[in-house]
Design a protein. Structure first.
Length: 258
């Protein structure tokens, strides 16, 4: 659905984000999963997600939402506004309205990658968390089925996951179908054939259905802006709206099926 191709990395000279993107707080004060003021709700969200996200559950949610047949149609901006009704309990860095996080991420990207050539990257920043609308009462999904981290299911849980210990209470942890290195998959089967834990990222991927060419490099760049732009200073939503509306118009149809 996104019309423009990602620029081939070999031909694009990119600014180096680590040199130019300066978070307003020390990087190691972000992503505190040990003793932040939001620690209780964050660890509860991760415990629920890691114990309840099984291979069968993720597949059932893919069936439910993958066909985009909820009957809900709305524009990208409407979805962004709907996001302001929800709170992401898994996030230790942000308790500001979600639309501010979208715009902070997008604006942090735009600072380091200015210009029309990268407008698709600005828009990526703006839309990246729209899948969290699943927390709105119109969808009414629980926190553990929407936010927190994304990880492959159907194979062994990787120890690098935050709160890895919670996986020990997931039924798949002791299921020999799923707890080997490759589990239900063949080696090199391709990421698009791997079932990921169900959540806002997987849901929005289903809606936009972008193939992941050249993707890893850009995902890594993107992560930095997503994770470290959550300073407390609010962005001016009304001032930024025209620019992002113009990008939405360029890359998306007027309404999407959700
Ligand atoms: Fe996210
Ligand atoms: Fe985000």
């Amino acid at each position: 659905m996104i019309k423009s191709e990602l620029p081939p990395s070999a031909t694009v000279v990119v600014a180096h984000p680590t040199l130019q993107f300066e978070p307003t707080k020390e990087v190691d004060t972000f992503r505190n999963y040990e003793d932040s003021h939001l620690q209780d709700s964050v660890s509860r969200a991760y415990r629920n997600s890691h114990t309840k996200q099984t291979y069968e559950y993720a597949k059932s949610k893919l069936d439910q939402y993958g066909s985009l047949s909820t009957g809900i149609n709305m524009s990208v901006w409407e979805a962004a506004e709907l996001l302001n009704t929800i709170v992401d309990e898994s996030d230790p860095d942000s308790d500001i309205p979600q639309i501010n996080h979208l715009l902070q991420t997008a604006e942090a990207i735009r600072k380091v990658y200015p210009g029309e050539e990268y407008d698709w990257f600005h828009l990526t920043g703006f839309i990246h968390d729209l899948g969290k609308i699943l927390l709105n009462p119109r969808f009414n999904e629980p926190q553990w089925a929407v936010v927190g981290d994304t990880f492959p299911v159907g194979c062994r849980f990787d120890e690098s996951n935050i709160f890895y210990e919670y996986f020990k209470d997931n039924p798949d942890y002791n299921n020999s179908l799923y707890n080997t290195e490759c589990g239900v998959y063949e080696k090199h089967c391709g990421l698009e054939n791997v079932v990921m834990s169900w959540g806002h990222d997987e849901y929005f991927y289903q809606i936009t259905n972008e193939q992941d060419q050249e993707m890893l490099e850009w995902v890594k760049k993107f992560n930095m802006f997503d994770l470290y732009s959550k300073d407390a200073e609010p962005v001016n939503v009304e001032k930024l709206k025209p620019y992002y509306q113009s990008l939405i118009k360029k890359y998306f149809p007027d309404t999407l099926r959700w």
